[in-house]
Design a protein around this ligand. Structure first.
Ligand code: ADP
Ligand code: MG
Length: 358
């Protein structure tokens, strides 16, 4: 594909906050936007040039949407593969179906990372019965983490199995869906890399972002993380392998565990812009949303060298009510997702605090 002309329309499946920030970036670059979501009045749909409100399963609506757009993308990985398949008959979809299929299911994802991308992952196994969970804990030891293979996010659909005695209760909590068991990684630190790959195969990855989770949900991200060169080099080498193995186009978030001594393990990949990359909006570099739009429209990737150390903090639930005070703090930038209903646990916005020059 050659570079899309300004004024071309970018279609986005999903109307949440990531879609909204993609719309804002697309407009900044001179593109038009069209958002597809089952619900009306979404953060992204509200500011897009056009929106389609229909279930992802509605083939006729997907076809009309795809025909209206010069390129399509998505803001979350639980879009039905069928919708992407159908849309791909009419226009290009980036990242493509392979990336989506890989990240849809934690078992497929971990198997791909280990066997196809040749990257380090925790021990894992498909769990179908309580017995298979017992065997897993017996073979690899406790703690283990039992997770639903699909639809998990922000730590939802996960149970920690602390000892063989927890097997029964853990299985009882999640049983009935397809499951995966993972060994617990005794990490000293979690970090991520926001990576991007263009249609021409060029790769640009931001420096490592250190992440702190609260209740299994991302709380703060700081970039650039303070890394020994060898850790950073290895993480970037792993990232390159993953992007190439998927022949990936767009921005991807890759989550890592760092063990004592600097050994790295890939936790998971997200074929989209990522919460731990929101600091890029105030880092003095191309932000991840613009980078994604650049990648999928055939533009050259933007500058990724950051000028500032930035700390991003998510605003969860009624923390969003403090935006007035927060935005008066020096070097502090508030990003409000303009969500209508405040629910406990819901991501409502984020704050980027510029800490110092790099
Ligand atoms: P989600 O899709 O909800 O982000 P993750 O697999 O990334 O799911 O899990 C959320 C968080 O739970 C991780 O960032 C990490 O803090 C913790 N966690 C998940 N899996 C493991 C594991 N195998 N070992 C140690 N901690 C884990
Ligand atoms: Mg995660």
């Amino acid at each position: 594909m050659t570079e899309l002309n300004k004024g071309a329309t970018i279609g986005i499946f999903g109307g949440g906050q990531l879609g909204r920030m993609l719309v804002q970036a697309a407009h900044k670059l001179g593109f038009k936007t069209h958002v597809y979501d089952p619900f009306d009045d979404t953060p992204a749909g509200r500011i897009a040039d056009n929106q389609t409100i229909a279930p992802f399963e509605a083939e006729a609506a997907v076809e009309i949407f795809a025909n209206c757009c010069d390129v399509l993308t998505y803001e979350f990985e639980n879009i039905p593969i069928k919708a992407i398949d159908h849309a791909s008959q009419f226009t290009n979809v980036y990242p493509d179906k392979k990336a989506l299929q890989t990240s849809h299911d934690r078992l497929v994802e971990k198997t791909f990372l280990r066997d196809k991308a040749d990257t380090p992952v925790v021990n894992f196994a498909a769990i179908e019965t309580m017995n298979s969970l017992s065997e897993f804990v017996h073979e690899f030891g406790a703690p283990a983490i039992l997770k639903t293979r699909r639809f998990g996010y922000d730590g939802k659909g996960q149970v920690k199995v602390n000892s063989p005695r927890d097997v029964k209760a853990g299985f009882a909590r999640l049983g009935g869906t397809d499951l995966i068991a993972e060994s617990f990684a005794p990490f000293v630190r979690e970090f991520s890399i926001i990576a991007s790959r263009g249609i021409d195969g060029s790769i640009a990855c931001y420096p490592l972002t250190e992440n702190v989770h609260k209740d299994h949900r991302l709380h703060t991200s700081i970039a650039p993380a303070d890394d020994p060169q060898n850790v950073s080099d290895e993480a970037h080498a792993i990232t390159n392998k993953i992007l190439k193995a998927l022949d990936y186009i767009g921005v991807m978030g890759i989550e890592f565990f760092e063990l004592e001594g600097g050994e790295l393990i890939v936790n998971e990949i997200a074929p989209r812009v990522h919460n731990s990359g929101h600091w890029t909006q105030d880092g003095g570099c191309t932000d991840q949303f613009e980078q994604h739009i650049r990648a999928i429209t055939g533009m050259k990737l933007g500058e990724i060298t950051l000028k500032h150390v930035v700390k991003m903090t998510n605003l969860i639930g009624d923390e969003i009510l403090h935006v007035g005070t927060l935005s008066q703090k020096p070097n502090t930038f508030v990003h409000d997702y303009d969500k209508r209903d405040i629910n406990p646990g819901r991501k409502m916005g984020h704050v980027n605090e510029v800490i110092s020059k790099v």
